[in-house]
Design a protein around this ligand. Structure first.
Ligand code: APR
Length: 251
């Protein structure tokens, strides 16, 4: 196994994050102990069929999540990643976050180049018209699409702009992901169980391009074998180990 890398030695760094990234902020993960899918059935609250059947219940679930996440702050791991972008990115150097998380905590910590693979808890759209909006209120109280209402349809609900089970990933995101992963020389995967596709296999694109692959997760995952370095610890500790050199540069 290769040694824990120092991010300063690379030109194109991709942080590929999952729910474990925000665990230390108090946002529950999906699987494992205390996982969201242990308590809620995603067939009833996180797919288009459920929304078509019972939008009020789906909104109850998403409002519960909006309220919970709105009380959480970015953790030191989010902050290290944002700092990497601020201090390392330049004319020939890039730092990109590809996240499966919908909580917005990378952006709240200051990261600017963030690809939200699974959408955002704070973005809304309409399934009937082209209405879209960003709304940070928690809970969201006005659930009907204002544009449809104006056009005489008061029964149309806003939909969270989240990639639910059975939805496709946005094409623009797939293109951006391909581009970022093809050119990266260091991929750091943090806090993902690597069981949800197509996201799970994306680090393979970086591997094929010759990047060094690091997995940060207290537990092994089904894709652990593809990684060059495994850090079996938490996101905040692992990021401090890989990014701590930035302090030297600053002093
Ligand atoms: N630091 C790093 N990793 C952690 C930490 C931590 N502090 N705490 C937990 N983990 C790890 C767990 O060991 C687990 O492997 O984070 C992982 C979280 O896995 P999941 O809950 O499955 O989250 P994720 O991989 O992001 O889920 C993928 O599933 O339901 C969908 O759309 C949802 O984007 C989500 C997708």
């Amino acid at each position: 196994m290769a040694r824990v890398p120092d991010v300063r030695g690379f030109n194109n760094v991709v942080f590929f994050t999952g729910a474990g990234m925000s665990a230390e902020s108090g946002v529950p993960t999906y699987r494992g102990k205390g996982g969201i899918w242990k308590e809620y059935d995603y067939d009833n609250c996180a797919c288009q069929e459920a929304f078509d059947r019972d939008p009020e219940y789906v909104w109850e679930f998403h409002n519960y999540r909006r309220e919970l996440v709105s009380k959480c702050q970015p953790n030191d791991g989010h902050r290290w990643i944002a700092r990497c972008e601020r201090e390392l990115a330049g004319p020939n150097k890039r730092v990109t976050v590809i996240t499966q998380n919908i909580d917005g905590l990378h952006q709240a910590a200051g990261s600017e180049t963030v690809i939200e693979l699974h959408g955002s808890l704070w973005k809304l759209r309409c399934c009937v018209c082209d209405w879209r909006a960003e709304d940070l209120s928690a809970p969201l109280r006005e659930l009907r699409c204002p544009q449809c209402e104006e056009a005489g349809r008061a029964d149309v609900y806003k939909r969270p702009d989240i990639v639910w089970f059975g939805d496709s990933l946005a094409n623009s995101n797939l293109v951006a992901v391909q581009e970022a992963l093809t050119r990266c020389d260091l991929l750091i995967s943090i806090g993902t169980s690597a069981v949800v596709y197509p996201a799970a296999q994306m680090p393979l694109i970086a591997k094929r391009g010759g990047a060094l692959l690091v997995e940060v997760n207290p537990e092994e995952t089904p894709l652990s074998d593809i990684y060059d370095v495994a850090i079996r610890g938490t996101a905040t500790k692992a990021l401090a180990a890989m990014c701590g050199g930035l302090d030297e540069a600053a002093s």
